[in-house]
Every structure is written in C-alpha cells, then in structure tokens.
Design a protein around this ligand. Structure first.
Ligand code: SAM
Length: 291
C-alpha cells in the first residue's frame, strides 16, 4: 500500500489536479450526490463539495489514506456533506445511488487487473441509471517504440541455466510493462486506437487498432501506449509522451522479438483484449505487422 509520500506527490502533480478541479467545478450540479471512487486524501471529494454538491461519498480502500483524509478533516469540513467509506469499492453499499461518479484510476492505458469489475460495480450498483461520469471518455493511443527494455542476460555468474534465463526473459516480455516513454523513443507518431466510456458496458472482446508510418529507422521493442481522459467538454488530461509528465507514466507492451523498421514503412498495429467469465480470465494480445 502506498504511504503518505505517494499522496503528497499526487498533490504536487498540478497538471492533473488542476484539470480535475476545473472539470469538477464545471460538472457538479447543486442537487448532486457525488461519488469519489479511490478518493485518496479526498481532494476531488472536497472539490465537489466546494462546487456545491448536496452530498459527497468518498470511497477509499487504503487505510493509510483514509485515516489521513479523516485527520485532515474530510468529514468535518464542508458542514459534514462529505462521508468517507473505507473499503474496496466492490464491497461498499450506498444508501442512495450517485448522480455523478468521479474516478481516475485508469492505470496508464485504461488497464489494470480490477478495472473492468470496478467500472461494472460503479455503473451497475452505485450510480443511478443515466448518471454522469468524470471523465466522460478515455481515448487510447499507441505507437511503436524502440526504447531498450531491461532484461536478464545469460550470465554464467547467475545460478540459473541459460534455458531458465531464456524462459524468465520470455515471461518478462509477455506482460505489459509500466514504463515512462518520451517522444524521441517513438518510431512513429502515436495514433488513437480506440476509446472506453465509463458509462457504457464493455464488450467481452475489443480490438484497438490502426496503422502507423515509421518516421525514422529503429528496432521496435514494443508498443508504447497511453491515454487521454476527456474530463468534460473540451477539457482533457493525458499522459502523451510528448507532454510534460504527470504522475502517470506510459506503458509498453513488449515484443519478444524486436522488429526493425525503416522510415516511411507502414505498419498495422493492434491491441486486443478479451474477457472471460472469471475475474482473472482477461487476455491481452498485441501486434505490429509490417507488410
Ligand atoms: C491514483 S490514487 C488517486 C487518489 C485521489 N483521487 C487523488 O487525486 O489524490 C487512486 C486511489 O484509488 C484507491 N483505490 C484503488 N482501487 C480501489 C478500490 N478497488 N476501492 C477503493 N479505492 C481504491 C487507491 O488506494 C488510491 O488511493
């Protein structure tokens, strides 16, 4: 679980905070019951109360953050209009469904192991039908990168066989890697490959795809992926590698076999996600094809 430093760092990330504060001021209506899911210190819950929400429910699973939020006066300030429920959003119950849900924990590319279930819980059990979500939409982007990826090299000093190290490397490169990427590490300009709307259910299988053209020579080590949160109207916040970094970095979907590309070469890029019925039955596949 993160500590106080993590939450203090989030408060210093002003590009992210300011965008959310501006969006919250714009979307909160006076009669609203607002839900702040993953409320941390309660920054967004406080902003919703300040913007005039009738009541605000903050939900936070991390006991350290919940205790600190209480100590900082989350339930005392704003005339008691904010209530904090400590626990996993999938297990809390509300006495009144929410009109507006604020949720920002989309990982780096609208993916982390619990995201789909959290979205279903918010939509199906905690929000009223037709409730608004902030962000309204998450746009997903991808581009091939040649950023070198750390790997374990066959080294006789290590007490593993070369086969075991090859297997480890293969396992390592079969998973999405949280990784910061800068624009100079992209071999082609990033494109939007799809979107996700928190208010809508997700199909069991989704393919994010598009075509890119290499702008320079490179040996592609994976697909760099990132997202743009459409907070409300034209107000957006994203972790595009060409922008000043926020607390969110990017993610790399690594290739086991690097792929050399030449400037001007086109490539078809796709990221596929399929969900099965069980909580862990989620499959991700990604590819880059140069004709
Ligand atoms: C990126 S932090 C954001 C905190 C806060 N919104 C802010 O801006 O400071 C995400 C928060 O979501 C909480 N969280 C993650 N999964 C959760 C879950 N399933 N139920 C409740 N809280 C959760 C984490 O503990 C963390 O505090």
């Amino acid at each position: 679980m993160p500590g106080v430093d993590y939450y203090a760092d989030l408060l210093r990330d002003r590009r992210r905070i300011d965008a959310f504060l501006q969006a919250i001021t714009a979307v909160v209506r006076p009669g609203d019951h607002v839900l702040d899911v993953g409320s941390g210190l309660g920054t967004f819950a406080r902003a919703a109360a300040r913007a005039g929400a009738r009541r605000v429910t903050a939900i936070e699973a991390d006991p350290t953050a919940a205790a600190l939020a209480r100590e900082l006066g989350l339930e005392r300030d704003f005339g008691g209009r904010i209530r904090l429920l400590e626990g996993d959003v999938e297990r809390v119950a509300l006495d009144e469904p929410a009109d507006l849900v604020i949720f920002e924990d989309f990982g780096r590319f609208a993916w982390h192991p619990n995201l789909r279930r959290i979205l279903e819980t918010m939509r199906g059990r905690l929000a009223r039908p037709g409730a608004r979500f902030l962000p309204e939409q998450v746009d997903l982007f991808a581009a091939p990168t040649d950023k070198p990826l750390p790997s374990v090299d066959a080294d006789p000093a290590l007490p593993f066989s070369p086969e075991a190290l090859t297997l480890l490397r293969k396992r390592h490169l079969s998973l999405p890697r949280p990784e910061g990427v800068v624009a100079a590490e992209l071999v082609a300009t990033g494109i939007r490959v799809g979107d996700l709307r928190p208010a809508d259910g997700q199909p069991p299988r989704k393919i994010y795809a598009g075509s890119v053209q290499a702008v320079r020579t490179g040996t592609v080590t994976g697909l760099a992926v990132w997202m743009r949160l459409r907070l409300t109207g034209a107000l957006t916040l994203d972790n595009d590698p060409s922008l000043e970094p926020t607390a969110w970095k990017q993610m790399i979907l690594p290739f086991q076999i690097p792929l050399p590309v030449q400037p001007g070469e086109s490539a078809a890029m796709s990221v596929e996600v399929s969900h099965g019925p069980g909580p862990l039955s989620e499959l991700w596949r990604w590819r880059l094809e140069v004709p």
